[in-house]
Design a protein around this ligand. Sequence first.
Ligand code: HAM
Length: 416
Amino acid sequence: MSTKTLAKPRGTRDMLPDEMESRREIEMRLRNCARTFGYREITTPAFEETELFTIRSGEGIIAEMYAFEDKGGRSLALRPELTAPALRLYVNEGRSLVKPIKWCYFGDCFRYERPQKGRYRQFWQFGAELIDADSAFADAEIIMLANELLTSAGVTFTLKIGHLACMRTLLSETPPALQVAVRQALDKRESDKAASLLSENGYEHLVQPLLALTQAKTLSEIFSIIGNIPEKERIVEICQILDTAGVTYELSPAIARGLDYYTGIVFEAFAEGLGAENQIMGGGAYRLAHLFGGKDTPSVGFAIGFDRVMVALSNKQVVAPKPQVSIIYLPETRDAAVHVAAMLRKRGICVELDLMGRSFSAQMKNAGKIADAAIIIGENEKSTGTVTAKNLKSGEQMQWSLSALPEHITEFMSER
Ligand code: HAM
């Protein structure tokens, strides 16, 4: 027999009950919020055909995925994100549904990355996809939803919005490989590197406009650098709708969002105090359906990095622990204890009963550690058909008939 203590795999986490209760609370807020915008939840498999993810991003993405061959020789991958699976589902089954499709999801994703604070190999995303609505209002609504979700979670964040057309226009005269390299550098917030790439390749005249664009904060500054591009009208309209909705955001025309599937508007949110991994949400407009065998369909969506939101909230108390009752009983009053526990649990009260044959006084001592109130069912209570309730915070004690117990107990526990 091995004496080695087994540990969890690198980049994964175990979660104890306190943490899980906080996570469930935030999950519930996110689901409720998405529902108020009319987004309904979907679930897709944890693993998919590897091709679903390589078809757009190329084979290179395999290095960042948990890709494997199953026993039937199929090439599969644990999902690194949920947009491609959602669009596959749309192509498979969603085409007959009422347009536009408004879906949200919450699920774990897997990426073979170097773990650090806020970056894990298994992490959770809460996301939304708005499929087959191509308008400024559609883009604005999805940004409003992302903003509202993060607000409802209680996290403090900065929302940044850009449009890929800005950089695309500025770099249009440069070769595609250089555009990729410049956008990659900007994605890593290395604007100096982006500038040197341009000057090294004979595009010195673009350095100043590039740096000005990365700094531009208003629509007029942006369009004075890149001119009146065809996308201007839509960008202006999106901003107008967001302003009307009272969304606070910064314009950030240099957002590149990786280089994968985005085509138009792009947006990201950053939380304070998270260090390097401070991006808590990212999204944008994209087209994927045609790659999965469907019609070319405009879509826009985002995903919130749920674990990063939880790290950002970790100094705040998310949920107060649920008040708890401990029933203290004797071997002769165990049946009564079982009945009282069932009666209180039916009313949603959290009840603990000794399962280890502890003595009356040991049960009482344990209750002091885990419960807010004790319900004592001793000989005296058994013979009179009553229970004694003791508020373990204030020491206050009451005696009620069994039938009066449910009526009084909640209020009694909250009196501290
Ligand atoms: P993404 O930017 O790759 O976009 O991921 C979205 C969010 O997931 C990030 O902003 C980050 O908060 C979180 N995240 C990413 N990797 C990790 C990790 N290793 N550990 C913890 N959190 C992580 C997408 O995945 C797109 N599917 C978003 C989207 C939806 N675009 C359109 N629709």
